[in-house]
Design a binder for this molecule. Structure first.
Ligand code: UT7
Length: 329
């Protein structure tokens, strides 16, 4: 049997930070409101010339070093991102070029904040089927480009960053394996969270070339919040049911860091202990597809998550999309 294990993790956060105090000077908000309603104190912002592929490269090199796998040993590169370097070539091809390799299939995944979990799920299928041995899966975001810093309901949330996993084939499930995974999407809820440009929908409009394109993230915060809690609860119950586990057999929950209150509501509804949840939004904000690999890599670095522990990852985002994976690290 082939099992899929995480052989290396890496992350990157840009140097520049945007604090709640900075935001107080930009929109009608307060540090207190942002901390109470979201748990965020600051977020990182990529440099002027820093592209998603540049940040992906930094996170990937760390993950490759940890896994002791050379870039030329990669069989597949998957990059989840909301806002790629450009429409073509894709960011995964750009990352491949920056890694100094060639002749490796490379694909971008567009599933908003669930993109990384979609990527990990795809990667695990290729590993388990025996098709590939080593796959690089990355989430990377420069959300500041698509954040409207005049809209206080969204600009307080988002930050930039990247996280990467190298996943590898093993015949020993004790070294790591995927127990359960489930992807989902609710296309009927698309209007709750969207970015309409660049895209054909906007291009078809008359004012496309007049400079009036709307490239910002739009969100119905309250509705997304309620759906996010429901998705987390459902994913958790399903993972327990399908694997025949009890809650104490999950060592850590590594969720998409959308809002600290979403995670606390999940814990209240399911009685899952908050001490077993990785809360990592305070100094990063919501980094969309980067948030799960970023928070997992940081939790491992901080010595919280250890080898041999069982981890449940749950993500939800625009689409609306969702995804969950229960794995042994
Ligand atoms: O990662 C993808 C998925 N995204 C998410 O999961 C985000 C989900 N949603 C959220 O995190 C929350 O809905 C927000 C953080 C966006 C908003 O928090 P909320 O507790 O849902 O606030 P609200 O929209 O119910 O607004 C409450 C009040 C309103 O004022 P009134 O009408 O009660 O007078 C807002 O106008 O707070 C006001 N408000 C703010 N006040 C100060 C909204 N944004 C701000 C702000 N500062 N930044």
């Amino acid at each position: 049997m082939n099992y899929c294990r995480i052989s290396g993790l890496g992350y990157y956060l840009p140097e520049k930070v945007l604090t709640n105090q900075d935001l107080e000077k930009m929109v009608d908000t307060s540090d207190e409101w942002i901390r109470q309603r979201t748990g965020i104190e600051l977020r990182h912002i990529a440099g002027e010339d820093e592209l998603p592929s540049d940040m992906a490269l930094k996170a990937s090199l760390q993950a490759l070093e940890q896994s002791q796998i050379k870039p030329e040993d990669l069989d597949f590169i998957l990059v989840a991102t909301l806002y790629p370097d450009q429409l073509m070539p894709n960011t995964a091809c750009e990352l491949q070029r920056k890694l100094g390799i060639s002749n490796v299939p490379s694909l971008d995944i567009s599933a908003a904040c669930s993109g990384f979990v979609y990527g990990l799920s795809i990667a695990s299928q290729y590993i388990q089927s025996g098709t590939y041995k080593n796959i690089l899966v990355v989430g990377t975001e420069t959300l500041h480009h698509i954040t409207n810093y005049e809209d206080r309901t969204t600009c307080i949330l988002f930050g930039d960053g990247a996280g990467a996993f190298v996943v590898s084939q093993t015949d020993d499930p004790q070294k790591g394996c995927v127990y359960h995974q489930e992807l989902q999407a609710y296309g009927d809820l698309g209007e709750l969270l969207f970015i309409s440009s660049p895209g054909a929908k906007q291009a078809a409009k008359k004012d496309f070339n007049t400079g009036k394109q709307d490239t910002y993230i739009h969100m119905d915060g309250q509705k997304v919040f309620r759906k996010a809690v429901q998705i987390m609860c459902d994913a958790y119950e399903k993972a327990l049911k399908d694997t025949g586990r009890t809650p104490d057999q999950i060592d850590w929950l590594v969720p998409h860091q959308a809002n600290e209150r979403i995670l606390k509501k999940f814990c209240k509804s399911t009685s899952f202990p908050e001490e077993k949840v990785i809360f990592d939004i305070k100094e990063t904000g919501n980094t969309s597809s980067a948030s799960i690999p970023l928070s997992m890599a940081r939790a491992v670095e901080q010595g919280k998550i250890k080898r041999g522990q069982d981890i449940l990852m749950v993500a939800m985002g625009g689409g609306m999309t969702s995804g969950s994976i229960l794995l042994r690290y």
